[in-house]
Design a protein around this ligand. Sequence first.
Ligand SMILES: [Ca+2]
Ligand SMILES: [Ca+2]
Ligand SMILES: [Ca+2]
Ligand SMILES: [Ca+2]
Length: 278
Amino acid sequence: MTRFKIRKKLWKVATVTVLSLATFSAAESAQAASLTSTSPTAKGVLPTEITPVGGIVLDLIGQNNSRVTSQLGSNKLFKGRFNNGKPADYEGNPGTIGIQSGFTSTIIDALGGGIKELAVRFTLFDGDTGVGNFDHNDNTLLVNNINFGNWGSVITQNTDALGNEAAAGVSGGGFRSNTLDTGWFHVTDKSNLDNFYTSLVNTQEVVYQLDDVDPNDNYYDFKQGIKSSIIKVTQAPVVEPSNSVPEPLTIFGTLTAGAFGVALRRKQKQQQKATTNT
Ligand SMILES: [Ca+2]
Ligand SMILES: [Ca+2]
Ligand SMILES: [Ca+2]
Ligand SMILES: [Ca+2]
């Protein structure tokens, strides 16, 4: 076999292997990437500490591309109508859904002086903001008193109590009547992000509120439908290490490609030796 033929053959094997690894990797990530556990921010898939559904998840991407995530447990959130519910001091319009504390100056400093992009995830049974529901386009999310968007525009996923996809599938917008839905508010508007960052610096907390055009008609229970084993899961704001470790498959792919390179060089050397000997 000529040197050229050997090289060609080895490259063919290497290419096929790398391609099949890439395909396998893509299939794997598509399977794991459900709407609830993948944030719409550039950082995507949530840290494993965060439950697939439940509570309020905040995903912040700093100006320096660092990531800060937090989860406020379902058991800490409002239940009832906003003129008659618990905790009573959360009542009103806007009504308070929950308050995330723990944004220390160390955490805020990790964002590099500002926020580039953020997302907030809610899970709610019977939100009544789906298309045709009585509060469709009537409810607004306020975070630290800043408008983060319309509940009726959020694309949501129906799941079971642990976050497995369920029969009602994905909504065309809104948290539907008699349905356990989870969805993301995605904020990219610069002035909203700047105002939110300033509020975070000033208050060190995040106040999630709901403003209703026609208040007190909607009953909310942010615990309903969530499995008891995950209802209390709370995570204070944490900074994700910026030098994140590559995925095992990427390492494997690199090693495999490296091994082929070594094999190719060895084969070439042997070939050279053989040529010299004869
Ligand atoms: Ca209404
Ligand atoms: Ca309803
Ligand atoms: Ca209403
Ligand atoms: Ca309701």
